[in-house]
Design a protein around this ligand. Structure first.
Ligand code: KIV
Ligand code: ZN
Length: 515
């Protein structure tokens, strides 16, 4: 049985801090799928979003609250009553709701961001935490930029928040500035100086600007923190947040020196990583710890020889522990619906009957075009954000391209825009350029294409291509993604997916400005 004093609570903020990462905007359906997987894999708390930020964020947090079976569902709020009330309205239908409220406490944040002196801020913290606690019995409070806040002031405001009713105090390293020894010292200092600090849960929230987020989080745990805030693949602002898969596997593999337990089913880590990479358009670097393509690959002769004799010679964890199974030939066009359901369940996707019906149709289309359908193809099919595009304002109806050595390459494209079919023919420097010019001529926009990236899902010339397209408008980035055996079709759909996200982002910004 787990010793409760050694149980570390996993707080996942992929859908809040992760989604804040430039370009990682997610649609409602994508957020619901990720939240469902996080709940299934045993995440204790899902930070589902920032409800005051937009109607879309509010809706996402409310829907995640309603669908989540086990995890606590948390929303973020600044230190004012309007934010906190809106947050409560979004999370209150969860079986286990939490309000997370924060304010920047470091000298720089006090002077330039919040524009409050220490006394005004102390007062505001007391009022807002007490207000949140009147609404909800599970309240988390964060002194943003805690690691650059003076010890005396940090201890003082933590005490105020605890007295006002906070049940978790989070110590964020907002700018990724701390180092392991200091991260631990801050937690020890607070435990020593703040009355009641040992009766609430202490959380650590680290950013990775100096590449120390995982080490800093684990050091905080050794000093007494019992909640780690993290994201799948380390997605997050700038260099990202602590990677969930890294802290969870570090505590599991080195349990001898870090005797802490989590409730995470680690065999779902790979599925979660692939889903978040596909949805965010942020591919996982090949040599990324735990979930990178090369994390379990052995290239050198000496390593391969050792592996054949005993896997333990060069492997500290088994690939299957993180959900990495041998690539297997799954099915072909004669495979039935039950087989598809069972295969998808093995890969971590639980589908309702209607969803299965839709996926089965797309699977058959793929199997018609591609003789051999692998696990990776099914994952790409499931992650294709253009598949559930029924509600998108712009949709790809058909595309024909002419390309080859004799230019000009041209694209004949039909889009449906707000329910109306529109067709054009355009030329360009290659079939993708011609296709993108055609989209631009049907739906003119000022956004700049900042990334176009193609990945082959499997090997072979009939492999599906996953295409990511990132666009920038007024400093805001969005990423679209799609997969198809035809690279140009995948490109068109990924581009249109990015445009749809841009429209959602525009709406969000307009709402935020108006508020
Ligand atoms: O990094 C940070 O300080 C945050 C807070 C909102 C907790 O994300
Ligand atoms: Zn953060």
């Amino acid at each position: 049985m787990t010793d409760q004093s050694n149980r570390v609570v996993i707080f996942d903020t992929t859908l809040r801090d992760g989604e804040q990462s430039p370009g990682a905007t997610m649609t409602l359906d994508e957020k619901l799928d990720i939240a469902e997987l996080l709940d299934q894999m045993g995440v204790d708390i899902i930070e589902a979003g920032f409800p005051i930020a937009s109607d879309g964020d509010f809706e996402a947090v409310s829907k995640i609250a309603a669908q989540t079976k086990s995890a606590v569902v948390c929303g973020l709020a600044r230190a004012n009553f309007t934010d906190i009330d809106r947050c409560w309205d979004a999370v209150k239908h969860a079986a286990r709701p939490r309000i997370h409220t924060f304010i920047g406490t470091s000298p720089l944040h006090r002077e330039f961001q919040v524009r409050m002196d220490t006394e005004e801020m102390a007062e505001q913290i007391h009022k807002t935490v007490a207000h949140a606690r009147n609404l909800c019995d599970n309240v988390q409070w964060s002194p943003m930029d805690a690691t650059r806040t003076e010890d005396d002031y940090l201890a003082r405001v933590c005490e105020i928040a605890i007295k006002a009713g906070a049940t978790t105090i989070n110590i964020p390293d907002t700018v990724g500035y701390t180092a392991p020894r200091e991260s631990a010292d801050i937690i020890r200092m607070l435990l020593e100086r703040v009355p009641g600090m040992d009766e609430i849960t202490i959380a650590t929230h680290c950013h990775n600007d100096l590449g120390m987020a995982t080490a800093n989080s684990l050091a905080a745990v050794e000093a007494g923190a019992r909640q780690i805030e993290c994201t799948i693949n380390g997605l997050g602002e700038r260099a990202g947040n602590t990677a969930l898969e890294e802290v969870v596997m570090a505590m599991r593999v080195r349990h001898d020196i870090m005797p802490f337990d989590t409730g995470i089913d680690t065999t779902k880590l790979m599925t979660a990583s692939r889903m978040v990479a596909a949805v965010s358009g942020f591919p996982v670097q090949f040599n990324k710890a735990i979930v990178g393509k090369n994390a379990f690959a052995h290239e050198s002769g000496i390593h391969q020889d050792g592996m054949l004799k005993h896997a333990g010679t060069f492997e500290i964890m088994r690939p299957e522990d993180v959900g990495l199974t041998e690539t297997s030939l799954v099915m072909g066009k004669h495979s039935g619906r039950a087989a598809l359901r069972s295969k998808l369940e093995n890969l971590g996707y639980e589908l309702g009957d209607n969803q299965l019906k839709d996926v089965f149709v797309r699977f058959k289309e793929l199997a018609d075009r591609k003789k051999e359908v692998y696990d990776e193809d099914l994952i790409a099919l499931m992650s294709d954000s253009t598949a559930e595009a029924m509600n998108d304002r712009i949709q790809v109806k058909s595309l024909k391209v002419i390309c080859g050595t004799e230019g000009p390459q041209s694209a004949d494209l039909t889009l449906v825009v707000d329910g109306q079919e529109m067709r054009v023919q355009e030329t360009g420097d290659g079939p993708v350029d011609a296709t993108f010019n055609a989209v631009q001529s049907i739906y003119p926009h000022g956004a700049k294409l900042s990334l176009y990236q193609v990945h082959a899902v499997t090997e072979g010339t009939d492999a599906q291509a996953t295409v990511s397209v990132r666009m920038e408008e007024n400093g805001k980035l969005v990423t679209g993604q799609s997969a198809d055996t035809d690279t140009v079709v995948a490109s068109a759909k990924a581009y249109v997916n990015a445009l749809n996200k841009l429209l959602v982002r525009r709406e969000k910004t307009a709402h935020y400005m108006a508020g």
